[in-house]
Design a binder for this molecule. Structure first.
Ligand SMILES: *Cc1c(COP(=O)(O)O)cnc(C)c1O
Length: 223
């Protein structure tokens, strides 16, 4: 049941915040609703979740339209094909998967306002993962200076699927160090205050390591 799942996740979030001496308000719980239908997504929101994330264009647009009276902050996660940018980019509140200059180019071309973006970083170095290599991040950020529709609000990563707590911690800590180094440059187009990291398996570790947005799917929507 959603309400029971949410209660458990909320309890874990509060525990992790306490452990890390952080305020609960410093972490936004983003419910990843990509695997569930409209009805269940509405249930998540009516139980008090303010932020939802989707990873496919058509279901996202349909849910957003159907839920327009519910005051949801919408996140787009996962791979976005360039040809689909025009359908979706002005509808999202946060885009979590900026991972190439060509995608930034397309966003620049299609956006009618500034788009809040997270740069996806492939910290773990897995072949299967998309994202900018840590060693290429600073030059990537530099190249984004010419795109006035792209605002870099933070960095995003995923820990390896099957990993130990200490491996997760290591990935999250590395992302945080990268985030701090960009933030320290005080670029107007890249304030980079935020860290999008932590999923059902590892969100408590992510909070301990500074996550400001956790993206939780399974733990919230499982039966
Ligand atoms: C699916 C997905 C999540 C949620 O994963 P769970 O393990 O179900 O919590 C988070 N982030 C991204 C990028 C995803 O694709």
């Amino acid at each position: 049941m959603i309400s029971e799942n949410l209660r458990k996740v909320e309890q874990e979030v509060q525990k992790a915040c306490a452990l890390a001496s952080r305020q609960r308000e410093s972490v936004t719980l983003v419910a990843v609703t990509k695997t569930v239908d409209l009805e269940t997504t509405i249930e998540v929101v009516t139980n008090g979740v303010t932020d939802c994330a989707e990873n496919r264009v058509e279901p996202f647009l349909a849910k957003k339209e159907a839920m327009k009276d519910l005051n949801v902050t919408w996140h787009f996660i996962g791979n976005l094909q360039r040809r689909k940018v025009k359908h979706v980019i002005n509808e999202v509140d946060y885009f979590h998967a900026l991972e190439s200059l060509s995608l930034a180019n397309e966003i620049q071309k299609r956006a009618t306002k500034k788009i809040r973006c997270f740069i996806e970083v492939n910290v773990s170095g897995e072949e299967s993962k998309q994202g900018i290599k840590p060693s290429e991040l600073s030059s990537f950020v530099e190249q984004l200076s010419e795109f006035d529709k792209v605002e870099i609000v933070g960095l995003m990563t995923m820990a390896p699927f099957q990993s130990t707590k200490s491996e997760q911690r290591d990935v999250f800590l590395q992302l945080r160090n990268l985030q701090k180094s960009i933030e320290a440059q005080q670029l107007t187009y890249a304030p980079c205050h935020e860290l999008s990291m932590g999923m059902s398996n590892d969100y408590t570790v992510a909070i301990e390591e500074g996550a400001t947005f956790i993206r939780v799917g399974t733990a919230l929507v499982k039966e």
